[in-house]
Design a protein around this ligand. Structure first.
Ligand SMILES: Cc1cc2nc3c(=O)[nH]c(=O)nc-3n(C[C@H](O)[C@H](O)[C@H](O)COP(=O)(O)OP(=O)(O)OC[C@H]3O[C@@H](n4cnc5c(N)ncnc54)[C@H](O)[C@@H]3O)c2cc1C
Ligand code: SF4
Length: 331
């Protein structure tokens, strides 16, 4: 491992200033992804700016009914928070479906959003990889890609984004707050991550030195329910092959509002706008849910070994929506 310096920031401004003076620095949250990548030689910052103890660890209701979550809130604390469990169960379920208890106790909200892909070639410095070393190629296209993207991929990269939490935040219309050398700004979570295009080395639209300071969930839609379901190779400690986060409001047997996001299918949490169009105003039936899934998944371009993800995502969509519309919802 390359030698590096360590600095524990006391305030968000300290952290941003320290980064501005060291462009090869990286922020350190819980370290559960970054430290692994440093050990593998994939990441080699010259300075770690520890932001895990910044005073950004609150989960606070705001006067307009939103919920503000600080960037250093641990995944386990967020999943267990009473307001999250009751008003935003999709978020709680997504967090609890990820990693392990020990990892969730350490992982932070900011770090979870910015965790890197689990593509095996990205993590193996003995292989080429356009995301790790731009211009070297993408061996996953012809090689191991069973777990990789079916939507929105490019000739340059077919990686998926691994976060479960980000998928729930995308469906819940959350926003993310950034602070950097050029000031503060707020983005929709759905606009944070990029599709790979010809720059797969860039996972997000975050600018150099920008710090995530928190995430805000808008007030839960009155009369709506939300949920998250994930398919994976084993029941814990495994990333999503496909997952679905959904918000649904049904009145009189008709879908009045719906928001849907897929995980495990693309380089970013995939907000399923075409499916939402089909759902709104349609009867709340399994046939509608299937048509909605088909409308979105028509854009899928599976590779040799990952075509199974398309029917998997379709079935997850039907199952999640039927569960939310049921008078006895699964929670
Ligand atoms: C065995 C294993 C299984 C896992 N399974 C799952 C799973 O099923 N689902 C899932 O979603 N995740 C899973 N994870 C990943 C885990 O959720 C992430 O490692 C964790 O959420 C990262 O959070 P962290 O705080 O430790 O981030 P770190 O490792 O500290 O940082 C990750 C990245 O975020 C940046 N960063 C951190 N905080 C900030 C900030 N405030 N502002 C700007 N940049 C920041 C860092 O510079 C780094 O680039 C698994 C991990 C392991 C090791
Ligand atoms: S899919 Fe992306 S991360 Fe994986 S080898 Fe190709 S370029 Fe690298």
């Amino acid at each position: 491992m390359k030698p590096f310096a360590y600095f524990r920031a006391e305030t968000a401004d300290d952290a941003v200033d320290a980064f501005a003076a060291h462009p090869e620095a990286q922020y350190l949250g819980g370290g559960t992804n970054l430290v692994d990548l440093m050990k593998l030689g994939v990441a080699a910052p010259d300075l770690l700016i520890d932001v895990s103890r910044l005073p950004l660890d609150g989960i606070d209701e705001t006067p307009d009914g939103s919920l503000h979550i600080g960037a250093t809130v641990r995944n386990s604390d967020l999943a267990a928070h009473p307001t999250v469990r009751t008003r935003y169960p999709a978020l709680s379920q997504a967090l609890l479906s990820g990693a392990s208890g020990q990892l969730r106790n350490t992982a932070t909200t900011g770090g979870n959003l910015l965790q890197r892909t689990r593509c095996p070639y990205f993590q193996d410095t003995s292989t080429p990889c356009n995301k790790r070393v731009p211009g070297t190629g993408c061996p996953a296209r012809e090689g191991l890609h069973r777990d990789l993207a079916v939507l929105g991929h490019s000739a340059h990269c077919i990686a998926t984004h691994p976060s479960d939490m980000a998928v729930a935040l995308a469906a819940l219309d959350a926003t993310v707050h950034l602070r950097g050398p050029r000031g503060a700004r707020t983005l929709a979570v759905v606009d944070l991550h990029r599709l790979p295009g010809d720059r797969p080395d860039q996972d997000t639209v975050i600018r150099t030195g920008e710090l995530i300071t928190g995430v805000t969930l808008p007030p839960a839609l009155p009369g709506s329910r939300c949920g998250y379901r994930k398919a994976r190779d084993r029941a814990s400690f495994a990333f999503a092959l496909a997952s679905v986060a959904a918000v649904l409001r049904v009145e009189g047997g008709v879908v009045r509002d719906a928001a849907l996001a897929f995980g495990g299918l693309a380089h970013r949490p995939w907000r399923a706008r075409a499916a939402e169009e089909v759902l709104r105003g349609a009867p709340a039936t399994e046939d509608t849910y299937a048509r909605a899934a088909d409308a979105e998944l028509a854009a899928a371009e599976p590779l040799r070994d990952n075509g199974f993800k398309v029917p998997l995502a379709r079935n997850l969509t039907i199952s999640v929506l039927a569960g939310l519309a049921s008078p006895y919802p699964r929670t």
